[in-house]
Design a binder for this molecule. Structure first.
Ligand SMILES: Nc1ncnc2c1ncn2[C@@H]1O[C@H](COP(=O)(O)OP(=O)(O)OP(=O)(O)O)[C@@H](O)[C@H]1O
Ligand SMILES: [Mg+2]
Ligand SMILES: [Zn+2]
Length: 283
């Protein structure tokens, strides 16, 4: 007996090879259990028997194929994510409210919770988080990545450094297949989370590549950035293409400046408290 998968994989109809074969038995659809009689058709002047696939089997096969493609796409996005740069413990839920950072986390939560409305009402509208070190920008991007992928939205988290490095690898080895996959992911993922724009980059033609990515996604698919620069600062830093880049970021994102003190100071205090519990008599 054929498995459901085998039945789903076969064509809509199959015909007996020889004209002499007698009528095959009726089959039962494994999904709706309807009895389906074979049909007689004339093929190249010969009468043959054909088995018929139930419409619900065809539908199930198509749905399975679609689901498989969706899984493969999410795997590709996962593969290109800078996974070792995600903050492992950071989530949107455990981001504690601090003065100067409240809007950023409220907007990030709203983006995830009402993602469909954002896309419908403002296609491609992302968020540009900027501020000094340690205010939780990467924390929010990590939290967004986890929340979005948890909802099966194809999100990619990449440090800008990593993105440029990948472009460089591609140009060095002329690997077109890899380049195609890289561009497919950068241009096509539903949400691109680009960490630390304006941080150190590994080579010179950085601005053009970033501009290509921004242009390809403009008004279609959002980018959520983190940066130490305001868009004005980024404009200066990006050189020739700076004003083009800053202009498009403004066109396609809500800009939020985080303010306050680096949370890394508090984390460092907690390391000291922990150590004081272990090593007695520290001066
Ligand atoms: N509001 C917050 N609640 C909980 N943890 C926070 C908060 N803000 C920052 N942190 C923690 O502080 C550390 C530094 O935060 P993060 O790396 O996100 O800062 P950043 O703004 O990206 O800094 P940089 O500009 O240097 O990249 C992380 O461990 C992060 O989880
Ligand atoms: Mg950061
Ligand atoms: Zn059926």
């Amino acid at each position: 007996m054929k498995s459901l998968q085998q039945v789903l994989n076969q064509g809509d109809q199959s015909f007996t090879r020889s004209a002499e074969v007698s009528k095959p038995p009726a089959r039962e659809c494994p999904i709706c259990h309807r009895r389906i009689e074979p049909v007689q058709i004339v093929l190249l002047g010969q009468t043959r028997w054909g088995t018929v696939t139930c419409p619900c089997e065809t539908q199930a096969r198509e749905a399975e194929e679609k689901a498989k493609q969706a899984r493969e796409w999410l795997t590709l996005c996962h593969e290109f994510t800078s996974r070792n740069k995600l903050l492992p413990k950071a989530t949107l839920e455990n981001y504690s409210m601090h003065k100067g950072c409240g809007n950023a986390i409220k907007i990030a939560n709203n983006f995830v919770d009402t993602y469909t409305e954002w896309q419908k009402e403002r296609p491609g509208l992302g968020i540009y988080l900027n501020g000094t070190n340690g205010l939780g920008k990467t924390h929010i991007l990590s939290g967004l990545y986890k929340a979005l992928t948890g909802k099966k939205i194809s999100a990619v988290f990449m440090t800008t450094y990593h993105m440029f490095q990948r472009f460089r690898e591609v140009s060095k080895v002329d690997d077109y297949e890899y380049e195609k996959r890289l561009l497919k992911v950068l241009y096509g993922c539903e949400v691109l989370l680009l960490d630390d724009v304006g941080g150190e980059v590994p080579y010179d033609s950085r601005a053009e590549k970033l501009l290509d990515v921004i242009n390809a996604r403009s008004q279609k698919r959002p980018i959520i950035y983190s940066s130490n620069f305001t868009t004005d600062g980024l404009e200066q830093w990006m050189g020739n293409q700076g004003s083009r880049i800053a202009d498009r970021i403004l066109e396609n994102s809500i800009t939020i400046t985080l303010q306050g003190e680096s949370q890394r100071g508090g984390i460092n205090d907690r390391h000291h408290d922990w150590l004081a519990g272990r090593v007695k008599g520290l001066g």
